[in-house]
Ligand binder design. Structure first.
Ligand SMILES: Nc1ncnc2c1ncn2[C@@H]1O[C@H](COP(=O)(O)OP(=O)(O)O)[C@@H](O)[C@H]1O
Ligand SMILES: [Mg+2]
Ligand SMILES: [Zn+2]
Length: 508
C-alpha cells in the first residue's frame, strides 16, 4: 500500500529530527541520566515534530539499550513500538475522546503494571480538546501517577489549557522550522526517494510550507504524483495557485511604465487563473522588499535574476513608497475587504506614483552610479544569442523543444506541430497549422511563458503574433486571429479532408 511521504519519513530517533535541537538535546539527556518526568507537554504549531518526538521518547525510555539517549531501533521493544502493536504505548486523540469517561478509564487502567515495557506511556494528542470535566479528572490523574506511567501531552493551542495542567508538566515548545531546515529535509528525502526536483522548486515548497515539515513533505508528494518530469519551480507555483514569476515581473513593469491597463489586465488574469490575489500581493511585496534590501545594502537576497533589469529603474525611495502602499492594501485584503478592488486601487496608485518617480530618475546621478555597478552582470540571459535578421527563425526548433519540456504548455506544443516562425523587427510571427495554438496564446499566462522561452533562447524580448495577420496596432487585438480567420481556416481544412460543409441561415 502507498504510504504518504510524511508518514514514511517520520523521524525514528532524536538525531533524525530536523531542528528542535533545544527539545531533543534535553530529552536525550533525560534518557541518558534516567531522569524521566511523569508528564511532558509538547506545544507548537502543527507539523513540527511533536507527535514524532512523543513516539521517539516513548521508545527511548523503554529501549533495552539506548544510544546516547536515542532509541536503538533494534531491540524487541523498539521494534514492537515501531510496528505499533504494544499495549503499553497508548495513543489517544483527545479530539474524539474528550469526555470524563475517557480519562476515568485511563485512571482505572494505569494502576496495573505495564505488560512488557518499563513504562506505560500515554500520548494524548490535541489535549486542548478535553472537556472541562475531563480536565478536572485529568488533573487528579496527573497529581500522583504511579512511577511506571508517563504522560506525553501534545497541543497546538496551549492557551486553551488550564494553568493547573500546564504547571504539572515539563513543557517543551516546538518551533516552526526555518526555510533552510525544510529545504534540507526535502533535498534529503527527494534524493533517497529518487524524486527529480530542481532546487528552486524545493525552495518554493519550503516557503509555502510556512514552517510545517508535514505540509512540505505532503506538497513534495503531490508534486511527485502529478509531475512525470523533473519538478520545476513553475510547476510548483501552478499547483499552489501562485502566479508565475513572469506575471509578477510584467505587473512591476506595468507599474513602472505607468501602463494602467496592462497592470489591471494582469490582476484580472491572475484572479481568473488562481483566484489567489492575497498571494499575488505578497509576491509583489516580496519583490519590492528585495529591491529595498538590494538598494540599501548592495546585496541580493533571494533575488531572481530577472529582478535586476527592473531593479535599476527603482530607487530606494520608490521601493519604500511602494512597500508602504502595498502593506496597507495587504492589510485591507486580509481583513475581508473586496480583495480585487483593494489590489486594483493600490496598483493604480503605484502606477501613478512610481511612473512619475521614474520619469525624473535619469536626473538623479546617485541612482546611475548604483546601476553601473554590480547589477550589470545580472541582466543578460546565459544563452549565446542567435545573430538575428528578419526572415525565417532558425532557432524555432529550439524554442519548440523548450515548449515541449514545459509541462503547462503540452497542449500548445501539440497545436504547434509543423509550425514555422519568422522574425520581423521586434516580433516573432508564428505560422501554425492549427488555430487552436492562438486560442491558447490568447491567455496571458501562456503567452508570457512562451515569451520567456523565446527570451531564453534568443536573448532578446519579442512580442508574438500569428503569421499573416494584418499589421497590428494594439497588442491585444493584434496577437489574435479574427473570428473570420478561424472560420475560414476551419472551412479550408474541412475541404481538404473532404468534409461536406452545409451553410445554415438562422431565422430570428
Ligand atoms: N522536526 C521534524 N523533523 C523531521 N521531520 C518532521 C519534523 N516535524 C515534522 N516532520 C514530518 O512531518 C510529519 C508529521 O510530524 P508530527 O510529528 O506528527 O507533527 P506534529 O505532531 O507537530 O503536528 C512527520 O511524520 C515527519 O515526516
Ligand atoms: Mg501531532
Ligand atoms: Zn531499543
Amino acid at each position: 500500500m502507498y504510504k504518504a511521504l510524511y508518514r514514511k519519513w517520520r523521524p525514528k530517533t532524536f538525531d533524525e529530527v530536523v531542528g528542535q535541537g533545544h527539545v531533543t538535546k534535553t530529552l536525550k539527556n533525560e534518557v541518558c541520566y534516567g531522569k524521566i518526568s511523569h508528564a511532558y507537554l509538547f506545544t507548537g504549531s502543527r507539523g513540527t515534530g511533536k507527535t514524532s518526538c512523543a513516539k521517539i521518547l516513548a521508545k527511548a525510555i523503554n529501549c533495552e539499550s539506548p544510544i546516547e539517549g536515542n532509541p536503538c531501533g533494534k531491540c524487541e521493544t523498539c521494534q514492537k513500538i515501531q510496528s505499533e502493536n504494544l499495549l503499553d504505548i497508548v495513543e489517544i486523540d483527545a479530539a474524539s475522546n474528550n469526555g470524563v469517561e475517557n480519562i476515568r478509564s485511563i485512571r482505572d487502567e494505569m494502576v496495573f503494571t505495564p505488560n512488557t515495557c518499563k513504562y506505560r506511556v500515554y500520548i494524548v494528542d490535541e489535549v486542548h480538546m478535553l472537556s472541562p470535566g475531563a480536565f478536572n479528572a485529568f488533573l487528579k490523574t496527573l497529581e500522583e501517577p504511579p512511577t511506571h506511567v508517563v504522560f506525553i501531552l501534545a497541543t497546538t493551542e496551549i492557551h486553551k489549557l488550564p494553568m493547573t495542567i500546564i504547571s504539572r508538566c515539563q513543557k517543551f515548545e516546538f518551533h516552526r522550522l526555518s526555510e533552510s531546515e525544510i529545504c534540507f529535509q526535502l533535498k534529503r528525502v527527494s534524493k533517497l526517494e529518487d524524486i527529480k526536483i530542481e532546487d528552486s522548486a524545493i525552495k518554493q515548497i519550503s516557503v509555502f510550507a510556512d514552517g510545517a515539515m508535514r505540509d512540505a513533505l505532503s506538497l513534495l508528494d503531490q508534486c511527485n504524483n502529478l509531475c512525470s518530469e523533473v519538478i520545476n519551480e513553475n510547476f510548483v507555483r501552478e499547483m499552489l495557485g501562485i502566479p508565475p514569476k513572469e506575471s509578477i515581473l510584467e505587473i512591476v513593469n506595468g507599474i513602472l511604465t505607468g501602463n494602467f491597463s496592462k497592470v489591471l489586465d494582469y490582476i484580472d488574469n491572475t484572479y481568473k487563473f488562481s483566484g489567489n490575489l492575497v498571494r499575488l500581493c505578497e509576491e509583489i511585496i516580496e519583490y519590492f522588499r528585495n529591491i529595498m534590501i538590494y538598494k540599501a545594502t548592495g546585496t541580493f537576497q533571494h533575488f531572481f535574476e530577472s529582478n535586476a533589469s527592473y531593479a535599476k529603474q527603482i530607487s530606494l525611495k520608490d521601493a519604500m513608497l511602494a512597500l508602504s502602499l502595498l502593506q496597507v492594501a495587504y492589510k485591507n485584503m486580509c481583513s475581508g475587504n473586496n480583495k480585487k478592488l483593494e489590489l486594483e486601487i493600490i496598483a493604480v496608485k503605484l502606477c501613478n506614483e512610481l511612473s512619475k518617480c521614474k520619469a525624473s530618475l535619469s536626473k538623479n546621478p546617485e541612482e546611475i552610479s548604483v546601476e553601473n555597478t554590480s547589477i550589470a552582470s545580472f541582466q543578460e540571459p546565459c544563452q549565446e544569442p542567435e545573430i538575428l535578421s528578419d526572415g525565417p527563425l532558425k532557432s524555432w526548433d529550439k524554442i519548440l523543444e523548450k515548449i515541449k519540456e514545459t509541462s503547462s504548455l503540452k497542449s500548445l506544443y501539440i497545436s504547434l506541430a509543423d509550425s514555422q516562425a519568422y522574425k520581423q523587427k521586434d516580433k516573432i510571427l508564428i505560422n501554425a497549422k492549427s488555430s487552436f495554438a492562438f486560442e491558447i496564446l490568447k491567455k496571458q499566462e501562456y503567452r508570457s511563458c512562451v515569451k520567456k522561452i523565446i527570451y531564453e533562447v534568443l536573448g532578446k524580448k519579442f512580442e508574438i503574433e500569428p503569421y499573416n495577420s494584418p499589421v497590428p496596432t494594439d497588442e491585444k487585438t493584434a496577437s489574435l486571429p479574427s473570428h473570420s480567420d478561424t472560420l475560414e481556416d476551419l472551412i479550408k481544412r474541412a475541404k481538404l479532408n473532404n468534409i461536406e460543409i452545409v451553410s445554415k441561415q438562422e431565422d430570428f
